[in-house]
Design a protein around this ligand. Structure first.
Ligand SMILES: O=C(O)CCC(=O)C(=O)O
Ligand SMILES: [Fe+2]
Length: 236
């Protein structure tokens, strides 16, 4: 994987992680074989361990969901072990995900594989507010580490087109992503960023109710209420 020569630092990308033929087979499985929640907005399916936002550890009440056969060849080979949690998400054209930093303390490495239509992800520096768009091309595997993982938020605007740097307006089409997470043991982060880090906030006694925390709980619960809330959040 190659680090992108941009700010934020720490974004590693491998384009063409799989072949177009392999991708076509996966999209066929996603479209025809999987049981998706029956609602609008971004849809998620979870594999592996479910995370508990009460204990900040594995949710012992939810049984481990083994990785399906189609998922095994898609695990990042650059890590020494398989991820603890994988989330498959579907974005219909116009659907996004609010800006957030995935919770620091429970999770360490973070990867995302893009399939189907390309779109722009927006990274935002939590200190300066600077924004940078990164094009998530089909079949590319991205690792978010360092600043891009800890000190910048990431999100996807809810819109039907993206404007490329050369001015081309590119329509969105159906997109799927796989997000891979590894649990951090012990569940503490030493980055010290009080705006984005839940460990730093807890130590300073200022745990705030950020919208992205609610988003992560929603992603785990797949509640219908979450979809409603998100449709209002995403427009802000
Ligand atoms: O769709 C993606 O590529 C990333 C999704 C994301 O940010 C997340 O699930 O935390
Ligand atoms: Fe994320």
């Amino acid at each position: 994987m190659e680090e992108l020569p941009i700010r934020p630092s720490g974004i590693f990308m491998q384009t063409d992680f799989i072949t177009p033929e392999h991708e076509a087979k996966l999209l066929d499985i996603f479209r025809n074989d999987l049981q998706w929640p029956d609602r609008s907005g971004r849809l998620s399916l979870h594999y592996g361990y479910t995370f508990s936002y009460k204990t900040f550890g594995i949710d012992e009440e939810t049984p481990y969901k083994p990785f399906p056969d189609w998922l095994v060849p898609l695990l990042p080979p650059t890590e020494s072990r398989a991820p603890d949690q994988v989330c498959l998400q579907y974005y219909a054209p116009g659907t996004g995900i609010p800006p957030h930093a995935d919770t620091h303390s429970p999770f360490d490495q973070l990867y995302s594989l893009s399939l189907g239509g390309p779109l722009m992800m927006v990274f935002r520096d939590s200190e300066t507010g600077d924004k940078v768009e990164v094009d998530l091309l089909a079949r590319s595997m991205m690792q978010m580490s360092g600043d891009s993982r800890l000190h910048w938020t990431h999100g996807i605007k809810s819109r039907k087109t993206d404007t490329l740097p050369d001015g081309t307006v590119r329509p969105r089409t159906d997109r799927w992503s796989l997000t891979y997470r590894w649990l951090r043991q012990p569940a503490v982060c030493e980055c010290g960023n009080e705006k984005l880090c839940d460990t730093a906030q807890r130590r300073n006694g200022v745990e705030k109710e950020y919208r992205w925390k609610q988003y992560e709980e929603d992603a785990n619960n797949d509640a219908t209420a979450a979809a409603k809330r998100e449709s209002t959040m995403a427009s802000t």
